[in-house]
Design a protein around this ligand. Structure first.
Ligand SMILES: Nc1ncnc2c1ncn2[C@@H]1O[C@H](COP(=O)(O)OP(=O)(O)OP(=O)(O)O)[C@@H](O)[C@H]1O
Ligand SMILES: [Mg+2]
Length: 365
């Protein structure tokens, strides 16, 4: 085996449906054992890309290498993967055991030969002894566990998951995503999961591929995508962000209302003096304590509204220096008490200039 850690290599993948371009110049190298999420809005091409990897859809042009082997034109049966979809994944007329054994029987194992492996897989997904049951007798979450067992049955090199959790209720979804993640770690199987749920992607992925309109906007770890979004789209799509209209003043200085701040702008945009820009700031990127009176990003403002979100709150604050653009600031419940955050209260804080991201205003439209 070579030292190249790349397991799945997508090169210049294009996909057209008639005149419509569904994917454009997709370049992506996935490492062996990695858990990668395709994240993006509906229609951005996530499923199409996953289906191309599986050979269920043929790319218009481009190359796919898996473990160094060119699989670009191989039919699905010639490729090495297990796949799991959102719902209706199981054969309703087959027992759980027969569902799980499906891929093994396809590979000319008898059901008797497959039986120990089936039981092992059912234990692996937390449903030992359920082989005689039928899909209709299982909950949605249990059905997806069986679908996962079936996808893993042949010990594939690659696990492909298309929104496997989106049909489940919130609690089961969070539970099962953590189980998929720990199972994936344990087995070390290279995994690609499609999701449009950013929280899901942030919590399970080693790296996230953020897609929009058939193209990749950014590839990065969850922390990179959240902290250093490569575009206004990514900053908007992943996590909450305040978007503030501002004007470039040159030399990395920007004016927002009466505030002036210096920060490193993203690449490729026009930040000449006078250009309109968009500043992005996460709701948690403010400093409450130890702020000096001469801090250039010292803000005073009035709390207009408080939205309770469970463990924390979002306070809408009208900053004196930015009168027409209220900020959303996040506080834990303890901080709410500590800093007396309530409707009508005055707050004193500083914005974290080091966390502000700047993009051209046009990108942000
Ligand atoms: N067989 C097809 N023929 C024509 N257009 C298609 C076909 N399959 C997909 N498309 C189009 O390609 C685009 C990408 O579709 P795709 O299913 O990959 O999106 P997605 O990112 O998975 O969205 P969702 O989150 O809604 O599942 C969409 O605009 C869709 O309408
Ligand atoms: Mg899809």
């Amino acid at each position: 085996m070579s030292d190249d850690p790349t397991y799945l290599d997508l090169r210049r993948i294009h996909k057209r449906f008639g005149a419509f371009t569904a994917l454009e110049s997709i370049d992506l190298a996935i490492r062996r054992g990695e858990f990668v999420c395709f994240l993006g809005p509906s229609g951005c091409g996530k499923t199409t890309l996953l289906r191309i990897i599986a050979g269920l859809e043929m790319q218009t042009s481009g190359t796919i290498l898996q473990a160094g082997r060119d699989i670009s034109v191989l039919p699905p049966a010639g490729r090495d993967y297990g796949i799991m979809f959102q719902s209706y994944a199981l054969f309703p007329n087959l027992s759980v055991a027969d569902n799980v054994a499906y891929g093994l029987v396809n590979r000319r194992q008898s059901r008797v030969q497959a039986a120990p492996r089936v039981e092992e897989l059912l234990s692996l997904v937390g449903l030992p002894g359920s082989g005689a049951r039928y899909p209709a007798q299982l909950s949605g979450g249990q059905q997806q566990r069986i679908a996962l067992a079936r996808a893993l049955a042949t010990s594939p090199g690659l696990l492909l998951l298309d929104e496997p959790l989106s049909a489940l209720d919130a609690i089961v979804r969070v539970h099962l995503r953590n189980e998929i993640r720990s199972l994936q770690r344990k087995l070390g199987v290279t995994t690609v999961m499609v999701t449009h749920d950013q929280e899901e992607a942030l919590s399970v992925a080693d790296r996230i591929v953020v897609m929009n309109h058939g193209a990749i906007e950014q590839i990065g770890t969850p922390m990179q995508v959240y902290r250093e979004p490569a575009s206004a789209f990514v900053a908007d799509f992943v996590g909450k962000a305040n978007r503030l209209r501002a004007v470039a003043e040159g030399d990395r200085w920007f004016r927002c209302g009466e505030l002036r701040l210096q920060c490193t702008p993203g690449a490729g945009a026009d930040f000449r003096p006078g250009r309109p820009v968009a500043l992005y700031l996460r709701p948690e990127d403010r400093v409450m304590e130890g702020v000096r009176d001469d801090d250039p990003l010292l803000c005073a403002g009035t709390v207009r509204n408080v939205e309770f979100l469970g463990g924390n709150c979002l306070a809408e604050v009208l900053v004196d220096a930015i009168p027409d653009q209220p900020l959303q600031l996040q506080f834990s419940l303890n901080q709410m008490d500590e800093f007396d955050v309530r409707e009508g209260a005055r707050l004193r804080f500083a914005l974290r200039a080091d966390r502000v991201r700047v993009f051209a205003a046009a990108d942000a439209a």
